[in-house]
Structure formats: structure tokens, C-alpha cells
Design a protein around this ligand. Structure first.
Ligand code: ADP
Ligand code: GLC
Length: 485
């Protein structure tokens, strides 16, 4: 089975969020099942400068406003993933964030940049590479949304279906919506601009194209696949998602143990495992030292590693800081995004340097240090398609405190008395998006932390969860087989 993943990020080369963790982990997990999957990415500098064994596959000339487009086949530095990279300097050779300029404004030509990605994907299902062609094109998020549309256009033109398509929604809130006029520049039939097509309130939606034209749609957790069929979380697309509910399923993300395992993680102060969490104490102490926090063993360290955006529900944490600090708990935050949240958290940390530490920006090593060294990882999201940090928390015995929504609801079980009695508790879960409910969950974490033996039992159970990528890889593989028959 030959599968082409189409995406804009891939760990460890380029990452702004969990999408990169997924696209970096899924192809090797699929390879274990004998599935030959390759990845297609835009030639951002992070890819062009860091892949190895680059081999020219095709010279595509001028396309979508780029004077000179070339396609290379290469390998990731650890050689585990075969990567097609679209070298189009006019569109992709820009420093920093892959989607936006230094002032964080989305690039005005994003429609051309990601149309090229979708168009090349469809060509790779044809004869573009004489030695390999995709049987299934698997697009991830709106950046790849046009891939199924180009495949459909080709099918209509030639009467022959080049490949089946799967479209995975990692986040319905990011849609890639552009004015109608862009359609003239992206080489798709004009009549695709239709309510039964890629038209969305008079504009061109790359996300809707993926949802409409793909053979199957997946989301990254079962709960999210249900939630987005309702008005509240459907981002205006719930009608289409309901209509396609038979083709829509949820496949829960996993944890890549090569990157996130306390047993082998080389970025943390000491390794540990379920049988002996002594190493975790060393990680805890190293975290306090690195952050300049007071050394204390008695009260829990709460943590956040997150994009600071509306989605992540961090206003609850801001409002609940006193609930943590007044009980002697400590709070460590790593994140970047919303300027107001950045300033508000930094201000609170400056006023309480022994109890609270904030680091702004993106820092992979610090993320590992925090996940290993803290006691509670908080993810109080308004919505969460899957969420990976709570999964990393479970693996590292850092109990997740989450809101019961999306993938968070599917992966964490509250430490209620009955769940403790049953031995199924793995963290702290609250329901409503509400400061009082968040505060109660924080108090539950303090209460459990004070009962050392019970805390250890929950921690052990959390660490024993089977969170690898094998189950998801199997589910995707089955889907590939279904659509390609
Ligand atoms: P999302 O994709 O919505 O941001 P996820 O929980 O799926 O949320 O994935 C977030 C990923 O990004 C995790 O791997 C997390 O460790 C990482 N991450 C988030 N913020 C930072 C940061 N400031 N520095 C380093 N890693 C971060
Ligand atoms: C998105 C979602 C997140 C998910 C990630 C990887 O960024 O916000 O919940 O874990 O994609 O699928």
C-alpha cells in the first residue's frame, strides 16, 4: 500500500503544534505494518536545509506564481521518513513561521502556496515520479485541503480515478478561507465553487474542499468527530459533516516513544519508569532549579506547555492562579501566542518568583523538562481535537488536569472516589468551562497529592496506559484498504 501524507509540518524539522508530532510519528508506525508511506511538504527553509539525500524528481517550471518549481525526494535526517519537498523559493523561502510574516499576518499568497501543495499531491498520484505513485493521498488540515479537489478534477477530466483520498481534520477552527477571485489562479474547475464543493459563504474554503471531496474524513479523536457535527463546535461546517457522517470517523493520536518516553528521554535530568519513579524526583528538582523556584517536595507543581490561544482555555488558569499559589503549589508555564495572556502570566510570575515561572517562546528541551518534572499538566481547553500534552503527561506520570472535551475526554479519567476505587483514575477532569469547576479540579489535585500512596497508584496507572501509535496506524491502514478497494 503506497500512501502519500500531505502536510505543512513534520517533527523534528518544522513544528508549530501537535500536527508536526503526528506527521512525524505516523509514517514510521505505518511502516511497521508494511505500509509504504511518504510525506509531501512545501519547501520551507526548515525542510530544504535539513533533509538529506536530496534527489531531483521533476522540474515543474512556473506554477501558481512561482517562477521555478522543482520536486525533490529526500530523507529526514534520521533517514526514517521519505519526504517529497516542493522547492519553490518564490513561495516558500521565507524565514520564521510557515504561515505568517514577522508581524504574524497570514501571507497574502497563502492560497497559492497551499494550492501548489495540493496540486503536486495529485500529480504524485499520477506519473510525476516514474518510480512511485500514491494509491491513497492522505491530507492533513486545510493546507492539504485542495489535494482531494485536484484528484477529483483529474478524475472528472480523464474518467479515471488516480488515487483514493483521506482528509484528516486536526483542527476545524483553521480553515484556509480566501476571496472568490483566487479561484482564477489555482487551476480548478470554476464550477467547484458551489455549495456542493469548496464554496463557503461566498468564499473559497480549502478546508471545505478537503471535507467535501475526500473519500473519507477522519478527526484525531472519537469525541471530536461527534462534537464537530454539532453547531457549537462545527465552525459553520456541521451540516456538511453531518451529511458525511458515514464517511467520518475519529482515530485517536498516539505518543511516539522515540521522542516522549521517560525511560529513554535524553532531554531530562534522569530517566524513570513505572516501577521506579525516583528519577522523576530528580527531574522535579531540576525543573525547580532551572526555573528559579523555591525547592519544596510537599506541594504539587502545576504546569502548562501550550500555544497561548483562545482554544486552550488559559483564561481559566489565569483566574485560578490563586487557587494554586495560595495552597503552596507552584506553577510553571511555557508558551507563546496571545500578547495579553503572555503579559498577564509574566506579570503574575514576576510578583511570585518562588512559586511561579513563565517562559515565553517555543523551547523543545524545556517542554520535556516540564513534562517530566512537574506533577500536574493542565489542559483546560474550550475545544481540543485530540491534545498531545495530556498524553505526554500520562506517559511521564504527570497527571493531566483537563476539561471534558474532545480528545481530552477520551484520554483522561477523573480521580473521583468511584474511579479511585475502581483503579481507573488517571488525572483530573472538569466539565463546564467555568472558573469554579476548574478550581474544584485543582483542589482535587491537591487533595490526592496529599495522599501519597494513592497519588502513586494513579500515577502508575497513568504511566501504564498503552498510548503508542500502533492502534492509530492500524486504524488508518484499515481505512486505506477500504478506500483503495
Ligand atoms: P496543538 O497542536 O493544538 O498546539 P497539542 O497538544 O496537540 O496541541 O500539541 C502541542 C505540541 O506542541 C506538543 O508537542 C507540545 O509539547 C508542543 N508545544 C506547545 N507549545 C510549546 C512551546 N512553547 N514550546 C515547546 N513545545 C510546545
Ligand atoms: C491540532 C489540535 C490538537 C491535536 C493536534 C494533532 O493542533 O489542536 O488537539 O492534538 O492537532 O492532531
Amino acid at each position: 500500500m503506497r500512501v502519500l501524507h500531505v502536510c505543512s509540518e513534520l517533527f523534528p524539522l518544522l513544528k508549530t503544534g501537535g500536527l508536526a508530532d503526528v506527521t512525524g510519528a505516523l509514517p514510521p508506525a505505518l511502516a511497521e505494518l508494511g505500509c509504504d508511506s511518504r510525506v509531501l511538504v512545501p519547501g520551507f527553509p526548515a525542510f530544504m536545509n535539513n533533509v538529506i539525500d536530496k534527489e531531483l524528481i521533476a522540474d515543474l517550471g512556473a506554477k501558481f506564481g512561482a517562477a521555478d518549481v522543482r520536486l525533490y525526494l529526500a530523507k529526514t535526517p534520521d533517514s526514517s521518513i521519505s519526504l517529497y519537498v516542493i522547492d519553490a523559493p518564490d513561495l516558500f523561502d521565507r524565514p520564521g513561521n510557515p504561515y505568517a510574516d514577522a508581524d504574524n499576518h497570514a501571507y497574502a499568497d497563502n492560497y497559492r502556496r497551499f494550492a501548489l501543495l495540493g496540486w503536486v499531491a495529485a500529480q504524485l498520484a499520477g506519473s510525476l515520479d516514474s518510480e512511485w505513485s500514491a494509491e491513497v493521498v492522505h491530507g492533513h488540515d486545510w493546507h492539504a485541503g485542495l489535494a482531494p479537489a485536484y484528484l477529483k478534477a483529474e478524475e472528472i477530466k480523464t474518467g479515471q480515478k488516480l488515487a483514493a483520498s483521506i482528509f484528516t481534520v486536526h483542527n476545524l477552527a483553521y480553515q484556509g478561507v480566501f476571496p472568490y477571485r483566487v479561484l482564477a489562479e489555482i487551476d480548478l474547475p470554476i464550477w467547484f465553487f458551489n455549495i456542493h464543493g469548496l464554496e463557503f459563504h461566498g468564499q473559497v474554503s480549502f478546508l471545505k474542499a478537503g471535507l467535501f471531496f475526500a473519500d473519507k474524513i477522519t478527526t484525531v479523536s472519537p469525541s471530536y468527530s461527534r462534537e464537530i457535527q454539532g453547531e457549537e463546535q462545527g465552525c459553520g461546517l456541521h451540516g456538511l459533516l453531518q451529511a458525511r457522517s458515514h464517511d467520518l470517523s475519529g482515530v485517536l493520536n498516539g505518543v511516539d516513544p522515540a521522542v516522549w518516553s521517560p525511560v529513554t528521554d535524553s532531554l531530562i535530568a534522569a530517566n524513570y519508569n513505572t516501577r521506579s519513579v525516583a528519577g522523576k524526583l530528580a527531574c522535579r528538582s531540576a525543573l525547580q532549579e532551572y526555573c528559579g523556584l523555591a525547592k519544596q517536595d510537599e506541594k504539587p507543581i502545576f504546569a502548562i506547555v501550550s500555544r497561548l490561544t483562545e482554544q486552550k482555555g488559559l483564561n481559566l488558569v489565569l483566574a485560578g492562579i490563586d487557587e494554586i499559589l495560595s495552597r503552596g503549589g507552584q506553577l510553571v508555564i511555557l508558551g507563546s501566542g496571545d500578547a495579553e495572556l503572555e503579559a498577564a502570566f509574566s506579570e503574575r510570575a514576576a510578583a511570585n518568583p518562588e512559586l511561579m515561572a513563565v517562559q515565553l517562546g517555543y523551547d523543545e528541551v524545556h517542554a520535556h523538562r516540564i513534562i517530566a518534572g512537574s506533577d500536574v499538566i493542565m489542559v483546560p481547553s474550550r475545544f481540543e481535537p485530540c491534545g498531545l500534552t495530556q498524553l505526554y503527561g500520562l506517559s511521564y506520570g504527570t497527571l493531566p488536569l483537563v476539561r471534558k472535551v474532545g480528545g481530552l475526554a477520551d484520554t483522561v479519567t477523573d480521580s473521583s472516589l468511584e474511579n479511585l476505587a475502581d483503579g481507573t483514575a488517571s488525572g483530573f477532569v472538569f466539565n463546564g468551562f467555568d472558573v469554579a469547576e476548574f478550581g474544584a479540579a485543582v483542589r482535587r489535585a491537591f487533595a490526592l497529592h496529599a495522599r501519597k500512596a494513592e497519588w502513586k497508584r494513579v500515577q502508575k496507572y497513568a504511566m501504564q496506559q498503552q498510548l503508542g501509535w500502533d492502534a492509530a496506524a492500524k486504524a488508518y491502514y484499515e481505512l486505506y484498504q477500504q478506500v483503495s478497494n
